[in-house]
Design a binder for this molecule. Structure first.
Ligand code: F6P
Length: 468
């Protein structure tokens, strides 16, 4: 079996005991790396404060080697806070209005990708399989090909791919498309994303599907298909069951005083629809006064990308919406919404999901949304809660037994919340069982193996590749 080389912007480096950080993706990729041996390369998350990026720092952990690079302040500003998170992120989430195009930042994005390629090439062996993750590193394969790398290279996009008209608003859209065509396998979260990508190539006249999940574009043939990411379903379900013994979970349950819990867990990001969710909760409470004082909505929202102005502005906005809601509807002994602005550890989260009667996952647009899957996996099979899920989350393609809502429709979402809270046990069980079956058969290990089976060298491309 060939070695695996994973490249991603951030690298989940293990703790001193060698254990990878919690979370399905980190665990699954570490398992694949451990089995095959290999490298995980990426940004250290630090900047040098100097004019030059630092040297590559290498750490060995059994069969896995971590190769981390510091970036300069300018790199972080232009590549990460700039083009990746102020152009590609908003565009892929259909927010042209929030995209800030600056030539300097676009150049910085391509410069950092060249740096990654320069640093990776000396570490590679001819039969390594390379798997690049996410929108920060789209041009990496093209840069590697320019340096003579002929290995199989795959890419997986964790976020959505937008419709052609939205994507074409990026001034360097053609370089991005050509970058994707340099991979052997381009993985998306859903079939909708693949269709949007195909439409971009067609409209541009640069390529199209050639059948069997294959595309031909910019003189190369490659696979582009959906590989919906899964989670560590069985392990998370166990975590949630064990959490019943956790002191903090018992204290939380006591503090509810018999009220039902609704839960939302999201990074503080405008794509997550948090203000719209608060409005829907308010519409629900006003439209169903019999539920007032009978429910509590817990929103757990760690801060994210605070150096990007749109994210900083959101912090103020969500905090003031939560305060306004509690001020107008709360009473002496009832706080309708609890708002926590930091992350919670996974075992505690698992216990909270299990305690909740309703999971609110209502992004305006989301590649997959693993919170939706985690909420389902954490439920008590004998008395499961109900998932209220945005139809604009990738997860809705698989979890179609959730109550699917349009997050822009506050009243409609409010009605779905009321329905979820009143749903009979038999219907809750039937919906949950259907979703859980899917999550167990399509977990993150299945996802990883499925993707890699498409990337393995024994799967030749239909059309021979031109010499690099
Ligand atoms: O969902 C896309 C993603 O980049 C994830 O890979 C990552 O965990 C998350 O967003 C957080 O982003 P950041 O690394 O910018 O904090």
């Amino acid at each position: 079996m060939s070695r695996l080389v994973v490249v991603s912007n951030r690298v989940p480096v293990p703790d001193k005991a060698g254990n990878p950080p919690a979370g399905g993706l980190a665990v699954a990729l570490h398992a694949a790396l451990k089995e095959r041996g290999g490298i995980w390369m990426g940004w250290s998350g630090k900047s040098t404060g100097e004019a030059e990026p630092g040297p590559l720092s290498i750490m060995n952990n059994g069969a896995i080697q971590y190769a981390l690079t510091d970036l300069t302040d300018r790199d972080v500003a232009e590549y990460y806070n700039g083009f990746a998170n102020r152009v590609l992120w908003p565009i892929c989430h259909c927010r042209i209005d929030l995209a800030e195009y600056a030539r300097r930042e676009m150049a910085g994005y391509f410069r950092v990708n060249r740096l990654f390629a320069d640093r990776l090439v000396p570490l590679l062996r001819p039969d390594d399989v390379i798997w690049v993750h996410d929108y920060h590193l789209i041009p990496l394969a093209e840069e590697l090909r320019r340096r003579g790398v002929q290995n199989r290279i795959g890419f997986f996009l964790h976020i959505p791919w937008p419709p052609a008209d939205v994507f074409f608003s990026v001034p360097v859209y053609e370089s991005i498309l050509r970058g994707l065509a340099s991979y052997d396998v381009v993985g998306f979260q859903t079939d909708y994303d693949v269709d949007n990508f195909a439409a971009c190539l067609r409209r541009e006249g640069s390529g199209d599907r050639i059948g069997g999940g294959r595309f031909r574009a910019y003189g190369r043939s490659f696979i582009a298909a959906d590989f919906p990411i899964g989670m560590e379903t069985a392990e998370f379900a166990e975590l949630a069951e064990d959490a019943a013994h956790d002191r903090r979970i018992r204290e939380m349950a006591r503090s509810m005083q018999g009220r039902d819990l609704l839960i939302g867990v999201d990074r503080l990001d405008y794509s997550k629809g948090i203000p719209e969710r608060i409005a829907a909760y308010e519409a629900f409470l006003k439209g169903n006064p019999e539920f007032q004082d009978k429910v509590v909505y817990l929103q757990v929202t760690p801060k994210s990308r605070s150096e990007v102005p749109e994210y900083a502005a959101m912090q103020e906005n969500v905090a003031s919406l939560a305060g306004r809601l509690n001020g107008s509807l709360g009473s002496l002994d009832w706080v309708p919404m609890r708002y926590i602005n930091r992350s919670l550890r996974r075992p505690l989260l698992a216990g909270l999901y299990r305690m909740a009667k309703v999971g609110l996952v209502t992004p305006l647009r989301d590649g997959m949304n693993l919170v939706a899957k985690e909420f389902v996996a954490a439920q008590d099979p004998a008395n499961p809660g109900v998932l209220v899920l945005s139809r604009f989350a990738g997860a809705a393609r698989e979890l179609d037994s959730a109550l699917l809502i349009n997050p822009h429709d506050a009243e409609g979402t409010g009605r779905a919340i009321a329905r979820a809270l009143s749903m009979p046990l038999a219907e809750r069980k039937e919906r949950w069982e259907h979703m859980m079956k899917r999550l167990l058969s399509h977990d993150v290990t299945h996802w990883c193996a499925d993707y890699l089976s498409h990337l393995e060298p024994q799967r030749p491309t239909l059309v021979p590749e031109p010499a690099p």
